[in-house]
Design a protein around this ligand. Structure first.
Ligand code: LIP
Length: 257
């Protein structure tokens, strides 16, 4: 038995329940696509309902934990649930099947357990401190690619009302000409899981929230990768900056963001 097995079980059970609801909601969103207003209001309600379900399940199992979630005022304590009911909300609204539920446990500033559930591809990524990272039952390792020209790098770019275009374009300009490809899939939590799984070789983004990255960053470190802020420090949850990658790619990204 690993130290955090019981916690992972609690997260798994809560996320499975929430994922079944999101699968149904996503079906409805696909039906709403042609309507002029689109499904935005419906998704806001789905987002809140999913967080309420996760809150109930997680707080029932660990009533002494605090709760920090995208859809509510934070209620932090020594140990906290950090929850994003839908990471990749814009994808969800547009009927693009790439989004997830992200749940992490933070113990006095350190992420000790994390789970990311992709209800469409039915991939559950999970990790615990010192216990490794997994996708379903498969152990994860970051990629071993070290030649930049073979590497695929993920990122997230600024959009209306969010982030600054100029610094992002400067970083992109320094990176994109040297690598095999850049991807912007729209879910920071899944971007980090894909780095942990060796699908992406690296990832960088600014202006994120703790619930977007808390679970995913543990996934990367437990899969043998490196995660820092843009300055090479450990402030990701507060600064919202993140650079992740295998040990060869991380230093290159960090120098160029
Ligand atoms: C989103 C991210 C996305 C990022 C956005 C946003 P949300 O989270 O995961 O990749 O670029 O800044 O934070 O709003 O869907 O939970």
């Amino acid at each position: 038995m690993g130290r955090y097995d019981a916690l992972i079980y609690v997260m798994q059970r809560a996320a499975d329940k929430a994922a079944r609801r999101l699968q149904r909601d996503f079906g409805e969103v696909e039906n709403l696509q042609p309507s002029r207003k689109g499904p935005a209001d419906f998704v806001t309600v789905a987002d809140q309902r999913t967080q309420a379900l996760l809150y109930e399940e997680l707080m029932h199992a660990r009533p002494d934990y605090g709760f920090i979630g995208e859809e509510s005022e934070p209620d932090p304590r020594d140990i906290n649930w950090i929850v994003d009911p839908i990471d990749g909300t814009t994808n969800f609204i547009h009927g693009i099947p790439h989004f997830c539920i992200s749940i992490a446990v933070e113990d006095r500033g350190q992420i000790v357990a994390g789970l990311v559930h992709d209800p469409i591809k039915q991939e559950v990524f999970w990790a615990s401190k010192g216990g490794g990272a997994f996708c379903n039952q498969r152990r994860l390792r970051v990629s071993s690619r070290s030649h930049l020209m073979d590497c695929v790098i993920a990122t997230g770019c600024p959009f209306a009302g969010h982030g600054q275009t100029a610094p992002f374009l400067k970083s992109l300009n320094q990176i994109m000409g040297k690598v095999a490809g850049i991807r912007r899939f729209g879910s920071a939590a899944l971007d980090l899981c894909y780095v942990a799984a060796g699908r992406y070789d690296g990832y960088f983004e600014d202006h994120l929230k703790s619930w977007d990255i808390a679970a995913g960053l543990l996934m990367v470190t437990e899969a043998g990768g490196l995660v820092t802020d843009f300055g090479g420090k450990d402030t990701m949850l507060d600064s919202g900056q993140i650079v992740a990658g295998n040990r060869a790619v991380h230093p290159f990204l960090q120098e160029n963001v």
